[in-house]
Design a protein around this ligand. Sequence first.
Ligand SMILES: [Zn+2]
Length: 489
Amino acid sequence: MPASQTLIRGGLVLVGNARFEAVSLLVEDGLIAAIIDGDGPDEVPVIDATGRIIIPGLVNGHTHSHGALGRGGVADDATLETFLAGATALNGQRSTDDLRLSAQLSAAEMIRKGCTACFDLSGELPGPSVAGIHAVAQAYHDAGMRAVVAPMISDRTLYQALPGLLEAFPEPMRAALAAITLPPWQQTLATVREAIMRWPVPMTRVRPGIGPAIPLHCADDFLTACAALAEELDLCLQTHLAETRMQQVAAQTRYGTSLTAHLDSLGLLSPRFSGAHGVWLSPDEAHRLAASGAGIVHNPMSNLRLGSGTAPMRMLADAGVTLGIGTDASNTSDGQNMFEATRLAATLSRAGAAPADQWITVPEAFHMATEGSARIMGLENVGRIVPGWAADLLFLDRDYCHYVPLRDVLSQIVLAENGAALREVMIDGRIVLRDNRILTLDEPALARQARAAAARLDAANTDARLKSEAAACVIRSFCHAACTAHTHT
Ligand SMILES: [Zn+2]
């Protein structure tokens, strides 16, 4: 079969994530085949990119597709722990079609905001199913996105995960919460293995991963079994690591050491391991992560929204940890805008009035949002525009106000862009967004389905929501007291 070729002509291209040049790009079979000075050959179909700035697609190192259907359903005063208590109310009673729909909504939002690849810790309650995992993978495949679909799995509820939490509840609530259990991890992991063995789409663009949700929510045997499966099948593994102070306090109680030191002792840290958030990591933990080649995905918007804190990105970068950027889901982050997350990665590092040499620079933030996240996804040729790398490209309108006048292009992208200047998106050599329309998804139909699904699910989950709201008061005061007591010991 002859190679499919396209020539992108007339754009201002970020070459090698280093410099902008007026060059043409020859795209062949989903890859950048050549960077050409001048107009290039005439016999190849041409995309006219006159007036466009062309950059690599942004890579979302951490999100949850199930969050899209939960949009707007997280209380204004939610912390991570109260949000987790409400997970059943927000994500319960979902059918396979609901899981697919949520992934489609999630993909549509990411494409519209310049994201071409994502690491999705997709959740299903009470545990994963082969059909559910496959529905999410199929959704990304059909949307034309690149993704790692890692079923988010655990075998302990929040009440089993945090030592002492259950005892903070009065009866009969305590007994009711104690009675909630999750499926045994052996059963859960067998389902994940089966889903991977019967993967429904080619693994070139959408591949599986392993997603033990939070270390405290997984038995140690479960965690080591997850790592063994990732090793056996050559997959990436991601967990939520030190997202909140409460998690580190609970780790001291449960493990007698930090979260990362504990995972290190279990043999989990490796180049295939990444932790989402990493807000409460110590220098010792940073060194353990760096020494093992593991990564951290920064989710600044979600951390702000849930009051989790500010991740020590300078410390992690200086320690040599592989760093990526993520949005987290549209429930806790209220949207999946990688431009905003990248901008925050740069600017939030300046919030504490630290000296300028401690800031995350524009090139550092952009690197994290492209090559950094791609490396965490296990993608070796994604995130920069050079021959042999993926033709995952964003086309920005250089006449849009963010770029008028145009001086420092990368700085203006990282510090000003929010997606408003995005005009076309190419993934794997194929245009998926053009003329303000996603070519791979029927957005009006998705909107109709989403409204109907939300109304049905909210009604079905009313009882769970009332219970989680009642539990939230106790959880909030328990976490506050535990963290305060820890500070004074
Ligand atoms: Zn998350």
